[in-house]
Design a binder for this molecule. Structure first.
Ligand code: HEM
Length: 182
């Protein structure tokens, strides 16, 4: 019977994510979990605006086509709604992603797409620009932006390096349909 990755594989995996992202799991947990939660401190409307600003960039004409092509099966509006649902829940707000989509399963949900280092670099650049546009005002804006980017950077590398851990039975979607791209 096939089994999932072992504890030892996960320990090695998290060490790889830390080496690649420069962020430990503990640092990620501090950035996300320090009260008030990011969902509260940044605010749900701003997280919604952040995802809209991010996906506006994803679909912009000057975004590298190989990266834009990953999103060929979704509209900016749909994708922003899903991403912001996830961010609201993951950053300490109400469980709106679970309600609309089910378990987060970030690795399984990204497994159908060819998400590699080049794609992560573009994703993080577009997200950093979106954060700079949207998370503004208030004396703690810079600190909140930096906490958000710690979370994004760690998670992006978790997704890139976690591809090998995905149980093929848990791929959400059809791998062949989406392979190709960045
Ligand atoms: C590493 C670079 C990344 C790439 C290239 C990437 C690419 C994609 C693609 C192609 C989709 C499918 C579009 C859709 O159905 O909405 C998607 C969905 C999604 N991504 Fe990413 N992503 C990356 C990083 C991240 C990160 C860092 C997060 C969270 C912080 C994230 C959260 C999500 C969520 C929540 C969805 C929607 C999943 C669903 O509802 O099925 N992604 N991503």
């Amino acid at each position: 019977m096939a089994t999932g990755p072992s504890y030892i594989q996960y320990t090695a995996f998290y060490a790889e994510v830390e080496a690649a992202s420069g962020i430990s799991r503990a640092a990620r947990d501090v950035a996300v979990g320090t009260p008030p939660s990011l969902a509260t401190a940044v605010g749900v409307p701003t997280l919604r605006a952040l995802s809209t600003a991010f996906y506006t960039r994803v679909f912009a004409a000057d975004t590298p086509p190989a990266f834009r092509g990953l999103f060929a099966n979704v509209t900016a509006t749909e994708a922003a709604a899903r991403q912001s649902d996830y961010l609201i829940e993951a950053l300490g707000g109400p469980p709106v992603f679970t309600a609309s989509r089910g378990a987060a399963a970030l690795l399984g949900r990204h497994a159908p797409y060819a998400v590699g280092e080049a794609g992560a670099a573009v994703w993080l650049r577009l997200m950093a620009d979106a954060v700079a546009e949207v998370v503004v005002g208030g004396e703690d804006a810079a600190a909140l932006a930096s906490r958000l980017m710690v979370f994004f950077r760690w998670t992006a590398w978790y997704i890139v390096l976690g591809r090998g851990l995905v149980n093929p039975c848990r791929v959400v979607g059809y791998r062949a349909k989406h392979d190709g791209g960045a």
